[in-house]
Design a protein around this ligand. Structure first.
Ligand SMILES: N[C@@H](CCC(=O)N[C@@H](CS)C(=O)NCC(=O)O)C(=O)O
Length: 406
C-alpha cells in the first residue's frame, strides 16, 4: 500500500455499525483517523460523503467515500489483504454474506420492533426474534466463531447481537436473549470477549445503557412553532416529548413516560407507596414551591419579606422530607430530585434576583448539601442552563409579567 494513503472513518461512539468498521480496521492493522459525528447536527463532510443515506459509518480512503457498513467491510477486506475477513471459497463467501445480511435485515429489524411495539405485542415479537436467533445459532454448529476458528465477517457483523441485544433487552424489558435459550450464542460471545480488539470496539456498557438518543429542538416562546402548537394544543407549552410521532406533554407526565419506556436506571421507586410519595413531593415542588417562588420574584417590594418567608417555610418542609439523605430518592437521583431542579435554580438565582440581603441560604444546610450532591453529576450540570443566561431570562420574564395587562 502507498505510504501516503489516508483513511478516515466517520462514526458515532455507540453505533454498532461504525464500531464494526473500527474492529475490521484494527484487525487488519490499518491506521485511520476517527471522526466522531454529532448525529443531531451532522457535519457538512458527512452529508457530502453520504448524501444518499446521510448516515454513519462512512469510510473515506484517499478522498473516496464508501458508505453502508457491510459494503465498507468488503472494501476493507479487498483493499488490505492481510488477515482476511471473508473466506476465500466462493460458496463460503456467499454463505457469510447471507448470514450477515440476515443479522442486519431480519434479526435487527425484529429486535427494533420490540423497542417500538405495544406491550401486548411484545410476546409475539420476542418469539419471532427467538426463532431467528435459533437459526443463526445453528450456523455456529460447534465452532468457536462463525468464521471457523477465528473471527470473520459474520462475527464482526454479529457483534451487534453479542453486545447490543443484551442492552436492548435490559432497556426495553423482555427475556428473549438469555444463556439458557441460546447456550451456543453465549459461548460464542464469551470467545469474542477474549479478543482485546473486540472489547476495544465495544462502547462502555454503563454509558451505552444510559444513552437514549434524542433530538433537541429549541423553541422561541415568543413565537411558538406550528409543531409545538400541533403537539401541545391544550397548554401550548414546552416541554413536549415526541416519541415515534406520538407527543407527550407536561414535564411530570413525560418523566413517567420516559421511566416506563426505558426501563434501565429507574427514576421512580418500584414500591407503590414510595411511588405515591415521590409523586406527592414532585407535585408539591411544582405546585406549591414554584408558585410561591414566582410570587416572591414578582410581588411588590413591600410584600417581599413576607412572601420570602412563606417560600422559606415550604423549603423547611422539603428539607424535613429529605431527612439527611443524599437525595430524595435515597442514595441515588430519582423523580423528586429531577423535578427539584427548580429548587436548585432558586438557590442560584435568588441572590441575583432579590438581592443577598433578603435571602439566607445557610438556613437550609440539608438542601444545600443536596444541591452539592446533585452538582457532582455531569448530566445534572449539563442540563442546567448557564446561570447568567438564566438570570437575564428570569429578569425579562418578571418584567413581561409585571407589564402584562392584569
Ligand atoms: N445500513 C447502515 C446503517 C447505519 C445506521 O443506521 N447508522 C445510524 C447510526 S447507528 C445513523 O447514522 N443514523 C443517523 C440518521 O438516521 O439520521 C449501515 O450498515 O451502515
Amino acid at each position: 500500500m502507498a505510504d501516503q494513503e489516508e483513511v478516515k472513518l466517520y462514526g458515532f461512539w455507540s453505533s454498532p455499525f461504525s464500531r464494526r468498521i473500527e474492529l475490521a480496521l484494527k484487525l487488519k492493522g490499518v491506521p485511520y483517523v476517527y471522526i466522531e459525528e454529532d448525529l443531531t447536527n451532522k457535519s457538512p463532510s458527512l452529508l457530502k460523503y453520504n448524501p444518499v443515506h446521510k448516515k454513519i459509518p462512512v469510510l473515506v480512503h484517499n478522498d473516496k467515500p464508501v458508505a453502508e457498513s457491510l459494503v465498507i467491510l468488503e472494501y476493507i477486506d479487498e483493499t488490505w489483504k492481510n488477515n482476511p475477513i471473508l473466506p476465500l471459497d466462493p460458496h463460503e463467501r456467499a454463505t457469510a454474506r447471507f448470514w450477515a445480511s440476515f443479522i442486519d435485515n431480519k434479526i435487527l429489524a425484529t429486535v427494533m420492533k420490540i423497542a417500538l411495539c405495544k406491550e401486548e405485542e411484545k410476546e409475539a415479537v420476542s418469539l419471532e426474534v427467538c426463532e431467528q436467533l435459533k437459526m443463526l445459532e445453528q450456523q455456529l454448529n460447534g465452532k468457536d466463531f462463525f468464521g471457523g476458528d477465528k473471527i470473520g465477517f459474520v462475527d464482526i457483523v454479529g457483534n451487534i447481537v453479542a453486545f447490543w441485544f443484551q442492552i436492548t433487552q435490559e432497556v426495553f424489558g423482555g427475556d428473549f436473549f438469555t444463556p439458557e435459550k441460546f447456550p451456543g450464542l453465549f459461548e460464542w460471545i464469551g470467545k469474542l470477549q477474549e479478543i482485546d480488539l473486540v472489547n476495544e470496539c465495544t462502547p462502555p456498557r454503563e454509558k451505552n445503557l444510559a444513552y437514549v438518543p434524542y433530538e433537541y429542538i429549541e423553541e422561541d416562546l415568543f413565537n411558538k412553532s406550528p409543531s409545538l402548537l400541533k403537539y401541545n394544543p391544550v397548554h401550548k407549552k414546552i416541554p413536549v416529548l415526541v416519541h415515534n410521532e406520538k407527543p407527550v406533554a407536561e414535564s411530570q407526565v413525560i418523566l413517567e413516560y420516559i421511566d416506563e419506556t426505558w426501563k434501565n436506571n429507574p427514576i421512580l421507586p418500584q414500591d407503590s407507596y414510595e411511588r405515591a410519595m415521590a409523586r406527592f413531593w414532585a407535585r408539591f415542588i411544582d405546585e406549591k414551591f414554584l408558585t410561591k417562588a414566582w410570587e416572591a420574584y414578582t410581588c411588590e417590594e413591600k410584600e417581599r419579606e413576607v412572601v420570602m418567608e412563606q417560600v422559606c417555610e415550604l423549603m423547611k418542609i422539603l428539607e424535613k422530607e429529605l431527612d439527611g439523605k443524599d437525595f430524595f430518592g435515597g442514595d441515588s437521583i430519582g423523580f423528586v430530585d429531577i423535578v427539584g431542579n427548580v429548587v436548585v435554580l432558586w438557590f442560584q438565582l435568588t441572590p441575583e434576583v432579590v438581592g443577598v440581603e433578603g435571602w439566607n441560604p445557610k438556613r437550609f444546610p440539608g438542601l444545600l448539601k443536596w444541591v452539592g450532591k446533585l452538582q457532582e453529576f455531569d448530566v445534572v450540570n449539563e442540563s442546567m442552563p448557564p446561570i447568567e443566561k438564566y438570570v437575564a431570562y428570569i429578569r425579562a420574564s418578571i418584567e413581561a409579567f409585571k407589564s402584562a395587562p392584569k
